[in-house]
Design a protein. Structure first.
Length: 264
């Protein structure tokens, strides 16, 4: 698997973080996840804040809209793949992830990496004018017109809007992202028990920071968001199948290998 190069990283003994016994180790686990999130999130929130005024002009939107379907798909698939690569980096640093078998790591990434990209999208989203940071400027839904999957784009933008409304802190986003990835309900897991133990300690961690922030009611809302994420990702897979049927050559030859490996 070109995907992970998992073999190359240092399999540290991290069982202590799998079973946080004390408040101290729970704090440590949360801190390390927050650090990994920060290191792999491409842009800091403050940086994105100052870029908010950068919107695409009429002419620039025209350029995107006049691209052919397969040209625009190829472009977006490669942007998405960049984002997925950072999520893979993040995953590798989650306590407990690297102690899973390679098969289980890949199974979790196949279903979870796109979901985490969508969670992260809320950081790159301006809910005031419904635009997302894409290729260096903020883009509305119209920029993605030539993909010919308006329903998916609308659903993705709605999701980002809903996430923004929760006004999550970076710590909360980090723990939530980890929990989206480490999910014992995913298909094709060899050692479900191990994933479940990791999931439980992450849940514990998220509860802990929500409690500290006095926002325990968010837990329920975040669980609801998880259900929406699943439906978005199956819609993404449906669109990808549609695209591969109509443009088999682009999908086969020009899509990034990682994109194919995870989603095809
Ligand atoms: C998500 C957060 C990442 C940075 C990032 C990179 C690419 C962006 C993505 C974010 C959000 C979703 C996005 C994507 C490029 C194309 C995709 C705007 C901001 C849209 C929804 C089109 C999807 C088309 C597929 C069906 C191919 O850290």
């Amino acid at each position: 698997h070109d995907l992970l190069a998992i073999q190359s990283y240092n399999a540290l003994e991290d069982s202590y973080s799998l079973y946080p016994h004390s408040l101290q180790s729970l704090d440590d686990m949360c801190a390390s996840i927050v650090r990994s999130h920060r290191e792999t999130s491409q842009y800091r929130v403050e940086e994105l804040q100052v870029l908010r005024w950068k919107l695409y002009s009429r002419e620039e939107i025209q350029v995107y809209q006049s691209k052919s379907v397969d040209e625009m798909w190829q472009h977006c698939a490669s942007r998405l793949t960049d984002a997925v690569q950072y999520v893979v980096e993040f995953a590798k640093q989650i306590p407990g992830f690297r102690t899973l078998s390679q098969n289980d790591q890949i199974a979790l990434l196949k279903t979870g990496s796109m979901e985490v990209v969508l969670v992260r999208m809320s950081r790159f989203f301006n809910a005031e004018n419904n635009s997302v940071f894409f290729d260096g400027k903020f883009a509305g839904v119209e920029v993605f017109k030539s993909l010919a999957c308006g329903d998916l784009i609308t659903a993705v933008f709605d999701f980002a809007h809903g996430m923004c409304a929760l006004k999550l802190s970076e710590q909360q986003i980090a723990l939530f992202s980890a929990l989206v990835l480490i999910n014992a309900d995913r298909p094709c897991l060899e050692d479900r028990g191990r994933v479940q133990r990791a999931q439980r300690s992450l849940e514990f961690g998220l509860r802990h920071i929500l409690h500290r922030d006095n926002q325990e009611s968010l837990m329920h809302k975040l669980n609801q968001r998880m259900a929406v994420l699943r439906s978005l990702c199956s819609l993404h897979m449906e669109k990808l199948q549609w695209f591969s049927q109509h443009y088999p050559l682009t999908a086969h030859i020009l899509f990034p290998p990682l994109y194919k490996e995870l989603f095809a």
